[in-house]
Design a protein around this ligand. Structure first.
Ligand code: PMP
Length: 381
């Protein structure tokens, strides 16, 4: 069936029917009491999800726009910035800081490895930084970084901690205040189960004080403008109104399931996907202890053309996986289990991969990957 497809890329992710229905409502005005009330309701729940007392600004832009908002408002030319880079998106965050004239020190981990906290500690002890950039969940490698650990190290150095939570928030637990995150950035098209177009950014008082004196130019991305607007339950510019309707519906779903259950579901899906990968005789890029609950990166075996097989998965089985980025191009597959994802999604992805690999002569016993995932699911049921 040509129209049926199983979207398993790490964003955009499948949008639940309930969220689609909410977004199909007639578009209303944004300078209205109704929109102000919607904003107030959504804001309250975002704060709960972020575990913060800080305001959460809902911006009409993609995740990269959120990262740029964070940098433009806190980094001035010549500022010293420490970037903890574990893959493509960590690199992007560092490049945004460079674009704003920062003097960036990059602490790189091998792709597939997490942030090395001991190195971070040493670097922070040797040098003084105004800002530290970190990625909660590195989508390009399927690595979850220890943000509580990073937060503990940055606390007390005086630096601001800016965190990219684009592919984690809504699927992985975050505790903004407890972990000392000054600015947390996320976006709508991943674990939030929405189409692309909204970004959410929480800002601490400490960061807000820096925002006000920062020397970098900004207009659309001005957090001062967003702060002023939000204090009147308003937005600075015309928001993506329909996506706000969808956001309320997706938050309804997250809170009906319960955030803790949502996080447990993601952990389970990740565990099952990795067990299946191993049972097929393949390897994940990330080690089990730091593997992401929202996306699994699978090493393509020697002799199997990764992107060509991905094309076959899509054409023959309707299963859409992502490929590798940067230095991992053509070397891995990335299977997301993020947002509106359940056990049957993982089984679907694994079944398609098994069939495609078997067709190319990879020595596996059909069904072994599936059995390993099923076993993980049955253990908890
Ligand atoms: N950071 C991370 C961790 C991401 O996964 C992505 C999107 N894949 C981005 C930033 C960029 O977000 P966007 O594509 O919405 O600009």
């Amino acid at each position: 069936m040509q129209d049926k497809s199983y979207l398993m890329i790490p964003g955009p992710t499948p949008v639940p029917p309930r969220v689609m229905a909410a977004m199909s409502r007639p578009v209303g005005g944004h300078r209205t009491p109704e929109f102000a009330a919607l904003l107030e309701r959504v804001e309250e729940r975002l704060k709960t999800l972020f575990a913060t007392k800080n305001p959460v600004f809902i911006l009409t832009n993609s995740g990269t726009g959120a990262l740029e908002t964070a940098v433009a408002n806190t980094v001035s030319p010549g500022d010293r910035v420490l970037a903890l880079v574990t893959g493509n998106f960590g690199e992007r965050f560092a490049n945004i800081a460079r674009a704003y004239g920062a003097e960036v020190t990059e602490l790189d981990s091998a792709w597939g490895e997490p942030v090395d906290l001991a190195r971070v500690e040493r670097t922070l002890a040797e040098d003084k930084f105004k800002v530290v950039l970190a990625t909660h969940n590195e989508t390009s490698t399927g690595v979850a970084n220890d943000m509580a650990g990073v937060g503990r190290l940055v606390a007390g150095t005086g630096a601001l901690l800016l965190v990219d939570g684009v592919s984690s928030i809504g699927g992985m637990e975050v505790r903004v205040d407890e972990w000392g995150i000054d600015i947390l950035c996320t976006a709508s098209q991943k674990a939030f189960m929405l189409p692309p177009g909204l970004a959410m950014v929480s800002v601490s008082d400490k960061a807000q004080a820096v925002v006000e004196q920062n020397r970098s130019p900004r207009f659309y991305f001005s957090l001062a403008a967003h702060k002023k607007a939000l204090s009147n339950w308003n937005t600075a510019y015309t928001p993506a109104v329909s996506l706000f309707y969808g956001l309320e519906a997706s938050l309804d779903m997250i809170f009906a399931e319960g955030p803790a259950n949502v996080y447990r579901r993601h952990i389970l899906l990740g565990r099952a996907a990795r067990a299946a990968v191993r049972a097929m005789g393949l390897e994940t890029l990330a080690g089990e202890e730091w593997a992401s609950p929202t996306v699994t990166a699978i090493r393509a075996p020697e002799g199997i053309a990764a992107d060509d097989l991905r094309g076959e998965l899509k054409k023959r089985w309707g299963v859409v996986l992502a490929g590798g980025q940067g230095i991992l191009k053509g070397k891995i597959w990335r299977m997301a289990h993020m947002g509106f994802a359940d056990r049957m999604d993982v089984l679907t992805g694994i079944a398609a991969l098994e069939m495609a690999l078997a067709g190319r002569g990879w020595p596996l016993t059909l069904g072994r990957g599936l059995a390993a995932a099923e076993k993980v699911f049955l253990e908890v049921d």
